[in-house]
Design a protein around this ligand. Sequence first.
Ligand code: GTB
Length: 218
Amino acid sequence: MTPTITAFARSPDRGRGLARDMRVRWALEEVGRPYDVRLLSFSEMKEPAHRRLHPFGQIPTYEAGDLALFESGAIVFHIAERHAGLLPDDANARARAITWMFAALSTVEPPIVDRSMAMVLERDKAWHAERLPILEDRVRVRLGELSNRLGDAAWLDAAFSAGDLLMVTVLRRLTGSGLLEEYPNLAAYVARGEARPAYQRAFADQWAVFTGQSPTGR
Ligand code: GTB
């Protein structure tokens, strides 16, 4: 059964692949599963039909048969559990990969999102210039710790996993901030993720939405 995911009809990221449908697209590409995309306007996301799928009126969602999911992490986990390629077979390695999924979303992503939200919603506030360095230093704390753990390894725990997929998408939210470049091994890690053929296909498909071209390969 071909799943259907939802994404922004007009992403505010202007095709940079920073919205959270990108991680679901990438996961589906990594495991070689085709999918359909339903594009939504901001107002459609808040309508009852979409809120039945997503209580918070957001994207992405995932529907396959009588299963409907929301939360990008849960969706990526669902895909990774059901198809080979995103979680190791060894039980301990699998548990560590899942740990990195949680670390990406609950430890590394929050300070990065706080900074992004401040850039989008608080730029005109009198206190913005004072608050921004505080938020950026919180991001630096996590980046420094992650950089130390990664060292010169290619991926967080031996082979590429859903933990890396989520971590790379989380770190990409810093695009244009200059913060990632302060940690060359993290910048190289993100570049390694972006170089994966599955990532490239996912990126091209969301880019096609932005440019109005039809998606590649489907
Ligand atoms: N925890 C949820 C998940 O992981 O799925 C969060 C989902 C979420 O934040 N969705 C956002 C959304 O639907 C899109 S991804 N927002 C509309 C709304 O809440 O009304 C967040 C996002 C938006 C824009 C950019 N950007 O422009 O760079 C990046 C990320």
